[in-house]
Write a protein that binds this ligand. Structure first.
Ligand SMILES: Nc1ncnc2c1ncn2[C@@H]1O[C@H](COP(=O)(O)OP(=O)(O)OP(=O)(O)O)[C@@H](O)[C@H]1O
Length: 298
């Protein structure tokens, strides 16, 4: 462990904590929330984007780190996939920081896809991807944020391990669809988080049902199991259940998902997940301090 006097993060650091976790060098982030899924394609990036918009609507300063390094979707969600990351000098000669791309609502985003051609694959091994992600987190000029959401890659691979072990994650939000096969794999994520002592706030069951256009009846799509029963199987609180929404899919394709997520009342339910955060985080910080677990904000 390096000494405090030479640490690049010393200006934003509480002195009474250990520094096991990496911290952003250029800014202060109050809460770091990881959004994770067991399998790909269940709507994790979509839920990350919707959550970011909902938090922003409540007036929070929000950032999104696209941690799905090899399959980044965040630029598309916000319709900013043509944008490119800027660089700015720091106090140290020849050292530069990343300038995040801001969405229409002022959400600060960073993604590998702001640095490469959209369809170019990242043919990097796990440790290199992990280091690159760490650099995106540490070297971005986030300013002051209330929430940084990390869109994590699906599953329990290298990057998820890096984030859970080294990033100061307050808690995870799991995104799933109510199917046995998916729930079984989510259980692996749940067990991983448990082993690494990262709390899970609960599960968002996405694409859980479709509403009949004529009678309004809610129909389960993937299985007869309810979102509640699947959440119970995973041992997680159900934070929200979202429908399959063809309008959402169309808006996303047109790069207008941010506006749709900001105006569609269906998504207000997601904020239940964050409503008690302030109290809960204060409690956790107190507990963590007793155990000397570091937090970004104390
Ligand atoms: N509730 C929904 N209604 C309709 N379409 C949805 C919904 N949620 C997600 N989708 C669509 O499903 C596709 C996959 O969504 P998304 O990229 O968010 O999944 P993901 O879990 O992040 O995938 P991956 O981890 O593989 O990147 C997208 O095209 C998106 O438009």
């Amino acid at each position: 462990m390096s000494s405090c006097s030479t640490c690049a993060s010393k200006s934003g650091c509480s002195k009474d904590i250990k520094c096991d976790f990496i911290k952003p060098k250029y800014g202060r982030i109050r809460h770091v929330v990881g959004v994770i899924s067991g399998k790909g394609g269940v709507g994790k990036s979509s839920v990350t984007g919707i959550l970011a918009v909902q938090l922003r609507k409540l007036g929070y300063r929000v950032g999104v780190l696209d941690g799905d390094m090899t399959g980044p979707s965040i630029p598309r969600f916000f319709g900013i996939n043509e944008e490119r990351t800027g660089y700015a000098p720091t106090d140290v000669k020849d050292v530069f920081k990343f300038i995040p791309v801001e969405t229409s609502l002022g959400i600060k985003t960073i993604s590998m896809n702001f640095m490469i051609e959209e369809e170019e694959p990242l043919l990097w091994r796990g440790p290199v991807l992990g280091n690159a992600l760490t650099q995106l987190f540490q070297d971005t000029d986030w300013g002051n944020l209330d929430y940084l959401l990390i869109d994590m890659p699906p599953g329990t691979g290298d990057i998820a391990l890096t984030i859970m072990q080294q990033f100061p994650v307050d808690y995870l939000v799991v995104v799933s669809t109510p199917q046995d096969m998916v729930s079984m794999i989510v259980k692996k994520v749940v067990n991983m988080a448990e082993k690494l002592e990262v709390p899970i706030k609960g599960v968002v069951q996405n694409m859980s049902y479709i509403r009949c256009g004529s009678c309004g009846e809610k129909m389960n799509v993937f299985s007869r199991n309810t979102a509640e029963s699947q959440a119970e199987k995973m041992g997680l609180p159900l934070l929200a259940e979202l429908p399959i929404d063809p309008d959402f899919a169309s808006y996303l394709e047109e790069g207008m998902a941010e506006r749709y997520a900001a105006t569609n009342k269906d998504y207000d339910i997601l904020m239940e997940a964050f409503r008690n955060d302030e109290n809960e985080i204060a409690k956790r910080v107190a507990e963590a301090k007793k155990k000397s677990i570091p937090f970004l904000d104390s």
